[in-house]
Write a new protein. Structure first.
Length: 241
């Protein structure tokens, strides 16, 4: 099961903010057995987003987008997704009521711009954002899941944790992914690789080894992936003992 993460926003590409959303999403997907194939950051530009969606659909079973769901004119993700799926937008009254509730709670005026934030593509299943006004959206098209989430980190995390991850686990039969790390000291990466070559060659195909060098030490990360959790754990334990 492969996923691709697409973050949308000029502010990421000019270095104004650091993309922490992708790191969180990748960590959470890994925990439930979904491997991330690629992470892409794109401009607030319709053609750039459309191109990224087409490319991601060729590689992944699950595509998660963050950003571009706000009320301003530069927030074009919903419009772009509607075009990608040859769809139209319609007003979701439940989302309107939710936004009105949030604004009334904070004593903010509710305007037509805020109402338009409740527009969603007809093919989408809305994901109510309890922490903000921009709803998430879940699509299942061409045997691929597309999820669009707000770019605000705490809103994205709430939707991922309580709605997106459970829905993915419900829809797909997922493998287990288990990591083990070995710390080594006093030897560089190339010398270490030569020293453990026979051991590395003996690893079964379902275990992948990665070298993570830092000053003064090298971490060896073993990643096992498969459907038999007990076999993965026992094999990893045996290989590092």
């Amino acid at each position: 099961m492969q996923a691709e993460i697409i973050t949308i926003g000029d502010e990421i590409l000019i270095g104004q903010i650091v993309d922490t959303n992708s790191a969180f999403i990748a960590q959470q997907l890994n925990k439930i057995g979904v491997s991330v194939y690629q992470i892409t950051s794109v401009q607030d530009d319709k053609q750039h987003i459309l191109k990224s969606l087409h490319e991601a659909e060729e590689n992944a079973d699950i595509i998660i987008l963050t950003g571009g769901l706000g009320p301003t004119k530069d927030d074009i993700t919903k419009i772009t997704l509607a075009e990608y799926f040859n769809d139209t937008l319609e007003l979701d009254e439940d989302i309107v009521k939710h936004i009105q509730y949030l604004f009334a709670k904070s004593n903010y005026p509710f305007t037509e711009v805020n109402r338009m934030q409740a527009l969603v593509p007809t093919k989408a299943t809305p994901l109510q954002n309890r922490l903000g006004t921009a709803p998430g959206m879940w699509f299942y098209e061409n045997n691929t899941v597309f999820v669009s989430l707000p770019g605000v980190p705490y809103e994205m995390k709430g939707l991922m944790t309580y709605q997106v991850l459970p829905k993915i686990q419900e829809q797909f039969h997922l493998p287990y992914i288990i990591h083990k790390t070995i710390m080594t000291y006093g030897m560089g990466e190339s010398m270490l690789a030569e020293k453990i070559e026979d051991w590395e060659d003996s690893l079964p195909k379902f275990i992948k080894l990665a070298y993570l060098p830092s000053f003064g030490h090298v971490r060896l990360r073993l990643t096992a992936k498969g459907n038999d959790k007990k076999l993965l754990e026992e094999t990893l334990t045996y290989k590092i003992s």
